[in-house]
Design a protein around this ligand. Structure first.
Ligand SMILES: C=C(C(=O)O)c1ccccc1
Length: 355
């Protein structure tokens, strides 16, 4: 019996299986509004059988976008743009989720296929970009302005407002983006957080903003709906930086604040650091957090094969597998995986003659 295709109860919801579409930037939005591209991109992966479809990193403030092509929930107008997309995902049998994000010092960048360089305001970018400290990610990035402590309550409120818009738009799951060198991760890691106030220095101070955001979002997000947190389990430095031990302790704290699952990625806060990328290279982190913090976890990172995904869930290393590139290559991967694992998975009626 396959565990990958077990339903997954998550607060008041039940995912039809353990396969989630990882949030993936599409760079197709205009001033934060999604469009037909996002409808087809996300809708086809809902039709394709994933249990959870998480829409890409969506900015809670305009200045928090990675690129001008990012989606957002920083304006009320975004609600109506997202609504048909969430409706279609739900009608296709998947749970519609969205990743709420702030790019921090990695904001205002050009599209990857245009070189991904920092954009000046006269090139479609914006300034200033903000971060915990005035430390650039690397020479190709702008030096951010350090946020003052008095600015942080408004930033936290932006996450809560975006969560309310997400609810109005029909989303049923929120993932907070605390990974990959974006704002929340920048506060967590001593590599990017050199503050000497209540939001920097000690572990408790560096996690403070993330906890404030979780509390504010949970306060407006319905009790019956799940809240996930994506983290980078490590900065991949042998000493210093953010690491798995701190990730386990953070998971223990946020479990008691209404976070239901930790989506465990890594890296993104240090340029040129050596990362042992390979099939399932981040799964051991998800396994440790699941066992040592006793919280549900998602595994992500080069998960491509049915038996690989099955083993991750069946072994208890993680509760969900989040897939990115493989689902870009094939929106119907869940059906192929079901076949490979001997699972009779219902196919939408119009497609049945082909399967
Ligand atoms: C939002 C992203 C992340 O979480 O790393 C992202 C951004 C650009 C390319 C791929 C992924």
């Amino acid at each position: 019996m396959s565990r990958l295709f077990d339903p997954f109860p998550l607060r008041g919801l039940t995912l039809r299986n353990r396969i989630a579409v990882s949030p993936m930037c599409q760079y197709r939005a205009v001033d934060g509004s999604p469009n037909a591209w996002h409808q087809v991109h996300l809708g086809s992966r809902a039709i394709g059988g994933a249990g959870l479809v998480i829409a890409e990193a969506s900015a809670v403030e305009a200045r928090g976008r990675i690129s001008p092509g990012d989606t957002g929930l920083y304006r009320d107008e975004h609600i109506d743009a997202w609504a048909p997309i969430t409706r279609f995902i739900r009608q296709a049998g998947a749970v519609p989720g969205i990743q709420l994000a702030h790019a921090g010092r990695k904001a205002s960048m050009d599209l990857p296929w245009r070189g991904g360089a920092a954009l000046a305001p006269d090139q479609g970018g914006w300034s200033p970009i903000v971060a915990p400290s005035a430390v650039a990610f690397d020479a190709a990035y702008k030096t951010p302005r350090a946020l003052t402590a008095s600015e942080l309550p408004d930033l936290v409120a932006s996450f809560a407002l975006a969560a309310q818009r997400a609810l109005a738009a029909g989303f049923e799951l929120i993932e907070l983006h605390g990974a990959h060198g974006y704002l929340l991760h920048e506060f967590l890691s001593p590599l990017s957080n050199q503050r000497d106030d209540d939001y920097g220095g000690s572990f408790d101070n560096r996690i403070r903003l993330t906890l404030d955001v979780i509390a504010a979002v949970r306060a407006v997000w319905p009790e019956r709906l799940p809240l996930m947190l994506r983290i980078s389990a490590t900065d991949w430095l042998d000493d210093g930086g953010w690491d798995i031990e701190q990730s386990i302790e953070l998971a223990r704290r946020v479990k008691h604040m209404g976070v239901d699952l930790i989506d465990v990625s890594s890296g993104g806060n240090l340029p040129k650091v050596r990362i042992p990328v390979g099939p399932g290279y981040q799964v051991p982190f998800a396994a440790r957090i699941r066992r040592e913090a006793d919280i549900a976890t998602g595994a992500v990172g080069m998960i491509t094969e049915p038996q690989q995904a099955e083993a991750i869930v069946a072994s208890g290393d993680a509760d969900l597998v989040l897939m990115a590139r493989e689902l870009l290559r094939d929106p119907y991967w869940p059906y192929h995986a079901a076949k490979a694992l001997g699972v009779a998975m219902p196919v939408p009626e119009p497609y049945q003659r082909a399967w």
